[in-house]
Design a binder for this molecule. Structure first.
Ligand code: 5GP
Length: 120
């Protein structure tokens, strides 16, 4: 179970065009844009178009088409940005212990330098 979706969250506003963003890719299922506070030379956020709070919400409630479209968008952006050979890292924070700050599902894509060992 997760919190109810808050349609005033910052990524909902970005999806509605109420806040500007630097878009990398967009299709029916996903929007990809640069993180405002990048933690790597390449740091983009992939968000579903649908109103899902987090990974738990999305994986439980989204349609197969939404899930497939979202996952394919993540992979397509990584390929289109030339990140497959050098490598990249995906991260999705979910829930209190993860320090998720924005309550609309987002997958972080980090790349552009050796990223070091994973955090635990
Ligand atoms: P979280 O901690 O929820 O996993 O990550 C939220 C991310 O959203 C952070 O990396 C933060 O820099 C980014 N962020 C927060 N507000 C905005 C915004 O208005 N525009 C963009 N492009 N990124 C944002």
């Amino acid at each position: 179970a997760t919190l109810p979706y808050d349609d005033q969250n910052v990524f909902a506003k970005i999806l509605r065009g109420e806040i500007p963003n630097r878009t990398v890719y967009e299709d029916d299922f996903a929007l990809v844009f640069h993180d405002i506070n990048p933690q790597a030379p390449t740091h983009v956020l992939v968000i579903p178009k649908g109103a899902y709070v987090c990974w738990d919400d999305f994986s439980a409630k989204a349609s197969d088409a939404e899930i497939a479209g979202f996952v394919r968008a993540v992979g397509k952006v990584a390929r289109d940005l030339g990140l497959v050979a050098p490598g990249y890292r995906l991260l999705a924070n979910t829930g209190t212990n993860s320090h998720q700050e924005v309550p609309h599902l987002h997958v972080h894509l980090f790349a552009g330098q050796p990223l070091g060992p994973m955090l635990v």
